[in-house]
Design a protein around this ligand. Structure first.
Ligand SMILES: *Cc1c(COP(=O)(O)O)cnc(C)c1O
Length: 412
C-alpha cells in the first residue's frame, strides 16, 4: 500500500514538473520590502511582486506595535475565540475595521481564506443560490463548495451573463452575487455599480472579497465599494490583513451586526481554529491606523503606478490584458478611476510563455524581481509578467524596473 501510494505521489510530481508547472520558492533573507535580499542573488533586488501595496510590511510603527503587543499580551492564544481566545486588541481591531469600512461589525479569521471558507456555509443553505464570477479567488470557490446552496457561475465581469444566471436562480430563497473587488491576474476592478444595480433589480445580496483593494483603493482606502460609491449597497465584505494592511496574516468578514453575530455562532473556521496571534493583531491595528490617518502612501502608490504605466507604454510594451477588447468583457475602468497597481505586462501568442519567463529571469539577474504567469494560471496565449507597484518604491526604483524590462526584452 505504502509503495503504491509513494509511486503515485512521485508520478504526480513528475507530471507537474513535465508540464512546467512546478512552483519553486525563492528564499528571502530580509524583511519584506521594496528592496529585498534573496538567497540566490549576491546583491539586493528590487521587488515588484509582493502584495505590500503600501509598504507597511516592515514599517517601524507596525513593527513597534507588534513588539508592544507581544510584551503586553504574550506570544499565542492557545484557544479559539469563544473559549478563552478573545483579548482586548481582537475586539479593538474588529471595531476599528468596522469604523474604517463603514459597516456595523466585523469578525476576524486566521486568514481571508478561512473567512471565505466559513462565510457561505454559515449563512446560506440548500434553498439559496450563489452566483459567482468565474475568476473569483480559490478561497471563494472552495467556500461556496462547502455550502449546500445551488451554484451558478457567470463569465468574468459579464453583466449580461450575470443577469441570465440571476434569472436561472429565480426559485431560490436568497440569491447572492459573489465577486472579487479586483481580479488579481489582470488588475481589473469588478463593475460593482452594475453588479449592485442587478442585485437591486433581482432582490439579490452582494458579497465582495476586497483583499486586493482594502487599504489603498478608493480615496480613503476603503476599497472597491468606496471607489464605486456603493458601500451602502454591498451586504458583505471579506478581506485580508495579509496584503496592504501590514501583510502579516488574518482575514475578516464585515457586514451588518446580525450577519456577523450569526458567523460568530456558526462559521466553522472561527469556531474550530485558533485566535489570531496578539502581536499580529496589535501590528495590524497600527497598520490600519496608518492607512486611516493619511492618504500619502496611497498617493505615492498611484503616482508610482502611473509613472510605471506611462514609461512602459512609451517603451512599447503591451499593458492591456484584454487585447483592446475590454468593452466586450465588461471589464472597463470608469473615467477618473486610477489604474490598479497590479500591472500586467503582456506577452501574447504561442511563444509568450517562454518569452515572459526568459525576460523575468534576465531581469532578476539585473536586480529586478518580477514574476511571469502563463497557462493554466492565465488563459493560453495570454502570458504576462505581473508587476505590482508599491508605495515603498522610489521613483528611481520604478525607472530601474522599466529599464530592466527594456534591456531584457531587447535581448530576446
Ligand atoms: C490573497 C487573497 C485571499 C487570501 O487571503 P489570505 O488572508 O492570505 O488567506 C483571499 N481572497 C482574495 C481575493 C485574495 O486576493
Amino acid at each position: 500500500m505504502d509503495g503504491h501510494f509513494r509511486a503515485h505521489v512521485d508520478e504526480t510530481l513528475a507530471g507537474i514538473e513535465d508540464a512546467g508547472l512546478t512552483k519553486r520558492e525563492r528564499v528571502l533573507t530580509t524583511p519584506q520590502s521594496a528592496s529585498i535580499g534573496v538567497a540566490t542573488a549576491d546583491a539586493p533586488v528590487l521587488n515588484f511582486c509582493a502584495n505590500n501595496y503600501l509598504g507597511l510590511a516592515d514599517h517601524p510603527d507596525v513593527v513597534a506595535a507588534a513588539h508592544a503587543g507581544l510584551d503586553a499580551y504574550g506570544f499565542g492564544m492557545a484557544s479559539v475565540r469563544f473559549i478563552c481566545g478573545t483579548q482586548t486588541p481582537h475586539r479593538q481591531l474588529e471595531r476599528r475595521l468596522s469604523e474604517f469600512l463603514g459597516t456595523e461589525d466585523t469578525i476576524l479569521f486566521s486568514s481571508c481564506f478561512d473567512a471565505n471558507g466559513g462565510v457561505f456555509e454559515a449563512l446560506f443553505g440548500a434553498e439559496d443560490a450563489i452566483v459567482s464570477d468565474e475568476l473569483n479567488h480559490a478561497s471563494l470557490i472552495d467556500g461556496i463548495r462547502l455550502s449546500k446552496a445551488a451554484r451558478y457561475r457567470y463569465r468574468n465581469a459579464d453583466m449580461t451573463d450575470l443577469e441570465a444566471q440571476l434569472r436561472a436562480a429565480s426559485g431560490a430563497r436568497f440569491r447572492v452575487i459573489v465577486t472579487d473587488g479586483v481580479f488579481s491576474m489582470d488588475g481589473a476592478y469588478a463593475p460593482l455599480r452594475e453588479i449592485c444595480d442587478l442585485a437591486d433589480a433581482y432582490g439579490a445580496l452582494v458579497l465582495v472579497d476586497d483583499s486586493h483593494a482594502v487599504g489603498f483603493v478608493g480615496d480613503g482606502g476603503r476599497g472597491t465599494p468606496e471607489l464605486f460609491g456603493v458601500a451602502d449597497r454591498v451586504d458583505i465584505v471579506t478581506g485580508t490583513l495579509g496584503k496592504a494592511l501590514g501583510g502579516a496574516s488574518g482575514g475578516y468578514v464585515s457586514a451588518r451586526a446580525g450577519t456577523v453575530e450569526l458567523l460568530r455562532q456558526r462559521a466553522r473556521p472561527y469556531l474550530f481554529s485558533n485566535s489570531v496571534a496578539p502581536a499580529v493583531v496589535t501590528g495590524s491595528l497600527a497598520a490600519l491606523h496608518l492607512v486611516a490617518s493619511s492618504s500619502d502612501a496611497r498617493a505615492r502608490l498611484n503616482a508610482n503606478t502611473a509613472l510605471f504605466r506611462g514609461l512602459m507604454d512609451a517603451a512599447g510594451f503591451d499593458l492591456d490584458p484584454f487585447g483592446g477588447g475590454a468593452a466586450a468583457t465588461g471589464v472597463v475602468r470608469p473615467a477618473g478611476v486610477p489604474p490598479h497597481p497590479i500591472t500586467p505586462v503582456m506577452f501574447p501568442g504561442a511563444d509568450g510563455a517562454r518569452e515572459a519567463s526568459a525576460i523575468a529571469e534576465r531581469m532578476l539577474s539585473s536586480g529586478v524581481y518580477v514574476i511571469p504567469f502563463s497557462f493554466p494560471v492565465v488563459p493560453r496565449g495570454k502570458a504576462r509578467i505581473r508587476v505590482q507597484l508599491s508605495a515603498g518604491h522610489s521613483e528611481q526604483g520604478v525607472r530601474a524596473c522599466v529599464d530592466a524590462f527594456v534591456a531584457a526584452a531587447s535581448a530576446e
